[in-house]
Design a binder for this molecule. Structure first.
Ligand code: NAD
Ligand code: GLY
Length: 361
């Protein structure tokens, strides 16, 4: 097992990464009160819930559960309320802990519920998708969707501890594993060429679900994210770099309708567009762009999106959370392994980069 810390002063917390982790021993120091509400979903609960209930009951705690339906479409206020219903019906107090057992949807919802219930109770993340292990469980962003925008209602709520168990990825569908790899590749492209080289050597093992390779990829990804979050918890600056590929990706997701493409798939093609624009700006070479596309393709991720009318694409990009004072800012690559956030880019070249990476008629 490897351990990393997110250094946030008194709110510092560990990320435990390994296979067949022992929840009883690892969670014990981080459950402060007597009551634990495990939030999971109808897919994950039959696989892993019993293990966590038994481990936490063995610590002498009272455990209640709230099992939500599975899917992004339930990441809304109505289903958030079911968590509050369960907490209140079980008579939970201000020293209770909410534990998220699931992917990013469950983590975001349970975390937000824990931030709101009685103005804030303890929170623990047990991420069970690769995407949630390398991204959403670390850094404290939590929230739900609104009919007018994704992740628009939320709070920063850091967990007490994150437990990332590679053995729980065995049951993850291959397409979801690849979607998580998009975020892993993102860390390499935005800040670490050594990691990119390592990924090029190990991508086949990762795609096949090799647990040792996955643990190393999760460790390196979380180390990056932990460092950035420690420097810029509330995204006043460098945390925005974590959105490499996301502005283009959100446009793809929004146009196709959420659920059609997985988030990681849209981010993958978004990163190709960002790299393509970076090349057109003269920042990275044609070889660097080819290298970017190659690692994404080898992770079984798409490098082109379906045809999307340019006006629609640009309109969706304009809704991005990084728009400041009406001006779009993009995360681009000044070099492979060195991303920047900039509002200084050529809009015509950006349009060319979008059109060049769509399916041609
Ligand atoms: P998800 O939570 O929908 O999980 C994907 C699918 O895998 C679901 O069907 C789920 O039930 C299933 N699943 C989960 N673990 C499994 C396992 N071990 N075995 C078998 N099936 C399993 O999707 P996700 O990709 O984990 O997360 C996406 C969500 O995360 C989005 O809502 C996104 O907005 C959010 N997100 C948040 C942050 C953040 O910083 N808070 C960052 C990135 C993404
Ligand atoms: N997923 C981007 C962030 O946590 O900032």
């Amino acid at each position: 097992m490897q351990t990393l810390y997110v250094e946030l002063g008194e709110r510092r917390y560990p990320i435990f990464i390994g296979s067949d982790l022992d929840p009883n021993a690892l969670l014990e120091p981080y459950i402060h009160g007597r009551q634990v509400m495990i939030v999971s979903n109808e897919t994950v609960a039959p696989l892993y819930l019993a293990r966590y209930v038994a481990a936490i009951e063995a610590l002498g705690k009272t455990v209640a559960t709230c099992i939500l339906p599975d899917g992004e479409k339930y990441k809304n206020i109505e289903h958030l309320n079911l968590i509050f219903d369960a907490l209140l019906a079980s008579g939970f107090n201000r020293d209770c802990t909410v534990l998220a057992l699931g992917g990013g949807v469950i983590g975001d919802m349970a975390g937000f519920a824990s931030a709101c219930f009685q103005r804030g109770v303890y929170f623990i993340q047990v991420p069970t998708t690769l995407l949630s292990q390398v991204d959403s469980s670390v850094g404290g962003k939590t929230g739900i969707n609104h009919p007018l925008g994704k992740n628009m209602i939320g709070a920063f709520q850091q967990p007490q501890v994150v437990l990332a168990d590679m053995s729980q990825l065995k049951t993850l569908p291959a397409r979801e594993l690849s979607a998580g790899l998009a975020e892993v590749i993102k860390y390499a492209l935005l800040g670490d060429t050594d990691f990119l080289t390592w990924l090029e050597q190990h991508i086949d093992d990762l795609v096949q679900g090799d647990e040792a390779a996955l643990a190393e990829a999760v460790y390196r990804s979380c180390a990056h994210k932990a460092r950035i979050v420690a420097n810029d918890e509330k995204e006043q600056g460098e945390r925005a770099l974590l959105n490499l590929g996301h502005t283009f990706g959100h446009a793809i997701e929004s146009y196709l309708g959420y659920g059609e493409w997985l988030h990681g798939e849209a981010v993958a093609t978004g990163m190709v567009m960002a790299a393509d624009l970076s090349q057109r700006m003269g920042w990275i070479s044609a070889e660097d762009l080819a290298r970017t596309k190659n690692i994404i393709q080898r992770a079984n991720l798409p490098i082109v999106c379906p045809q999307i009318p340019l006006d629609d694409f640009l309109a969706y990009m304009a809704h991005d959370k990084k728009v400041l004072n009406g001006q779009l800012r993009l995360v681009l690559m000044q070099a492979v392994g060195q991303a920047i956030i900039t509002k200084t880019f050529d809009v015509e070249l950006m349009k060319q980069a979008i059109l060049a990476n769509q399916e041609q008629a």
